[in-house]
Design a protein around this ligand. Structure first.
Ligand code: ADP
Ligand code: ZN
Ligand code: ZN
Length: 728
């Protein structure tokens, strides 16, 4: 009888064997329900074999699902690669890559016989034409746009009144009834948004990639902010649509997906696009995944997890803002979606484009050493738009009011008079980062983390931004009893308050994770900015990424000095990328932009490079520093992390872990040390670094180490391996 080898969501790196009559190699990749201990669980069939090496009696599989087609060999290979490269159990990798609905022991919804889908007219309807109070219509439209066809049951699930709204959409010609399976839409390719004439840079980038569009290559598209990278993507996607192939677009932020989605839909209204991001509910995610798997969705837009979407017709992968650290998952399977994307493109023999104004030093190095193909967009795309001028304000000399210097206040005033928008950037939310006792220097700290509590004045609360712990303001200093305790330093709330005092008539909006928590807050804010209902924006880096604000002419940057002298060797690279992004918000259209940086170190090389907007100069400097210090990309690293209630337990585990491996001349093993964030949520954290100048040697070492680690006795210590770590 055939035996199936099944990947299950359990933390050991083995496949589980079951008896399964009538299975054939065609069932590889199918989900299967099997008994596991006393439970039933769902896994994926990885192999079908004739004999099992397991000596005990095998149990029988309960049910093989045929509700969706089996996972392709290519996808299973991708999972195998991730498991091997990140030294993480295959079963967990596979199951982590599937939408929740498909991990269940219940079959996925049976294919409905009738479906309702948007017509081309329905896709191009201006949503604002539907009155805002008609929530059901808005939801129905959004659902159809995001997830495509719905059957009547799903329509009813949406709302009791949704069928009535649906009937009206049909009457208006926005929706049509189709029978399943869905018709192919590749034939009706029409591009409706106006297509701009490419700039010379754009044109040569598009042409270079276009001649190699059907072969693997990693392209680094290095384009200054506003240089029109998106237009380059659009042209290439259009090329692939004509070939009936799929494009995967990865973006760092969930907030960026609606904006890009709108751009893509405007250009390719008849093309099915799905967005996969953490904001979807389980059935939306499963439907979107299924459309991609069936090859119906041609553009797949998503955050890092989307890199595991099945894509039978994959023709191109785009990783926008490739330097962004959110492409790296920081828990569980610690994969880098960018790196997985490159592997995937290679296997699919398709190009992958890494887009950025400030590429990661790893990618930059690969580009200058010829491993990646490099393309530059060196000026802004919009006619007459120029890069903003960047100036430093020396805060040792300038007087400040609550952290705002006089030159910055004057510049803000000028913008107000000219009716232009400005942005004050401070990468710290809350009112102040510290609550300080002026007589004994006590500061409020989180008892669960190695961090200070942040002052949130309006709510009169102290909050830990790492674990979420909050407490009330103490009336006096718990250390010395003095009443003279006060917020120290500045956060977004405090800057907002100061600006409101300076400019009582200005319309000021604060944008940080606190103010954007409400549903739709982000959409509303963007609209207010577009429609000129905002004068001054105060915000953290969530504002900096990718958004286009045509009337913004001034950017003020506060408190960026701290990262100049960080112990993290990646801090400079990140600070520069971040400041360049924020600076890039200014002067994107006809209004010229100005950037003012408040600093005590105006001559620091990082600010000099920023003034010149010369990333290459900085990148070269940083690379030569890294070369001397022996840091990535000149070395390959992995770390073993350990967490325990007692730091001694974590360190003891790491010491024992180091001892199981013999010294190797190719791989350096360092001593265990406490993590940068030494305590988090009540857990003490430590790590052990291993590195090698050969990726292959490091991988061999890790493979052997991982097997040995699995046999080490551990008591109350949680450990994980992190390959190519970004945090320490
Ligand atoms: P980036 O992502 O490189 O920062 P965007 O893709 O957001 O830049 O483009 C910036 C602006 O330039 C957008 O408003 C876009 O519509 C416009 N744009 C892009 N290409 C062209 C072009 N060839 N001609 C005119 N405008 C363009
Ligand atoms: Zn005190
Ligand atoms: Zn905390």
């Amino acid at each position: 009888m055939p035996i199936i080898r099944v990947a299950l969501d359990v933390p050991v790196n083995i496949l589980f064997d079951y008896l399964a009559p009538h299975t054939t190699a065609n069932d590889i990749g199918a989900r299967v329900c099997v008994p596991f201990g006393k439970r039933l669980v769902t896994g994926v069939i990885m192999e079908v074999v004739a004999y099992s090496s397991v000596s005990s009696k095998l149990r029988s599989a309960v049910h093989i699902f045929h509700d969706v087609p089996p996972l392709s060999k290519a996808l299973l290979d991708l999972f195998r690669f991730c498991s091997a490269y990140y030294h993480y159990p295959l079963g967990e990798v596979v199951m982590n890559g599937l939408p929740g609905r498909l991990r269940s022991v219940k079959p996925f919804m049976p294919a409905p016989s009738f479906q309702y889908d948007l017509t081309t007219a329905g896709y191009s309807v201006d949503i604002s034409a539907i009155p805002a109070r008609n929530i059901v219509k808005h939801r129905l439209m959004a659902r159809l746009r995001e997830c495509g066809p719905m059957d009547i049951r799903e329509v009813r699930q949406l709302s009791q009144r949704a069928p009535k709204a649906l009937a009206e959409f049909i009457r208006l010609g926005w929706v049509e009834e189709t029978s399943a399976p869905l018709p192919s839409i590749a034939a009706s390719l029409t591009e409706i948004s106006p297509v701009p004439v490419l700039t010379t840079d754009q044109e040569s980038a598009v042409n270079d990639i276009a001649v190699k569009i059907n072969e693997f290559g990693t392209w680094l598209l290095q384009g200054v902010t506003g240089s029109g990278k998106t237009e380059v993507y659009l042209r290439l996607i259009s090329l692939l649509l004509r070939q009936g192939r799929q494009t995967l677009v990865l973006v760092p932020e969930i907030n960026l997906t609606p904006q890009l989605e709108a751009i893509f839909l405007a250009r390719f209204p008849a093309t099915r696009l799905v967005s996969l991001h953490s904001g979807l509910n389980p059935s939306q995610r499963a439907y979107a995944w299924l459309k991609a798997q069936r090859g119906e969705a041609k553009i797949i837009l998503g955050t890092r997890l989307a890199v595991f979407t099945p894509l039978p017709e994959l023709g191109l992968i785009i990783v926008d803002e490739e330097q962004d650290t959110s492409f790296k998952q920081q828990e569980g399977l610690r994969y880098s979606a960018r790196d997985v994307a490159i592997f995937r493109a290679k296997r699919a023999n398709a190009p992958v484009i890494l887009g950025s104004a400030t590429p990661s030093l790893e990618s930059y190095y690969n580009a200058i050493s010829g491993r990646y193909l490099r393309l530059r967009l060196s000026s802004r795309a919009v006619k007459n738009a120029t890069l903003p001028s960047v100036r430093c304000i020396d805060t040792r000399a300038a007087k400040t009011r609550e952290g705002l210097s006089a030159p910055l206040i004057t510049a803000l005033e000028r913008c107000l008079v000219l009716n232009q928008q400005s942005l004050v950037f401070i990468n710290r939310r809350g009112y102040a980062p510290v609550l300080l006792c002026k007589s004994c220097a006590w500061t409020a700290a989180c008892h669960r983390c190695a961090s200070r509590l942040v002052v949130h004045l309006r709510e009169r609360k102290l909050r830990c931004h790492h674990c979420g712990h909050q407490e009330r303001f103490p009336p006096l200093c718990p250390e010395c009893g003095d009443q003279d305790i006060a917020p120290f330093g500045h956060g977004t709330q405090r800057v907002e308050a100061t600006l409101a005092e300076c400019f009582p008539d200005a319309r000021i909006v604060r944008i940080d994770r606190d103010s954007m928590r409400r549903k739709n807050a982000w959409q509303k804010m963007l609209k207010d900015i577009q429609e000129q209902r905002v004068d001054i924006l105060v915000g953290t880096q969530i504002l900096a990424k990718g958004h286009d604000f045509p009337n913004l002419s001034l950017v003020g940057i506060l408190n960026s000095d701290a990262s100049l002298f960080s112990t993290d060797y990646r801090a400079s690279e990140r600070l520069f990328a971040q400041l360049m992004q924020v600076a890039g918000r200014a002067g994107r259209a006809e209004v010229p932009g100005e950037v003012l940086i408040q600093t005590e170190f105006p001559n620091h090389p990082l600010y000099q490079a920023l003034r010149q907007q010369d990333y290459d100069a900085l990148a070269q400097t940083l690379l030569s520093e890294r070369k001397i210090a022996g840091f990535p990309p000149f070395i390959y690293q992995a770390i073993l992390r350990a967490e325990a209630a007692q730091v001694a337990a974590a360190l003891d585990f790491l010491t024992r872990a180091a001892a199981v491996m013999k010294a190797s001349q190719h791989v350096e093993v360092f001593d265990p040390v406490p993590a940068q964030m030494a305590r988090l949520k009540g857990q003490e954290r430590a790590y052990l670094l291993v590195q090698s100048s050969s990726r292959k040697k490091l991988q061999e070492f890790l493979a052997e180490w991982r097997t040995k680690l699995d046999t080490l006795s551990v008591h109350k210590v949680r450990w994980t391996l992190d390959v190519d770590p970004l945090e320490f």
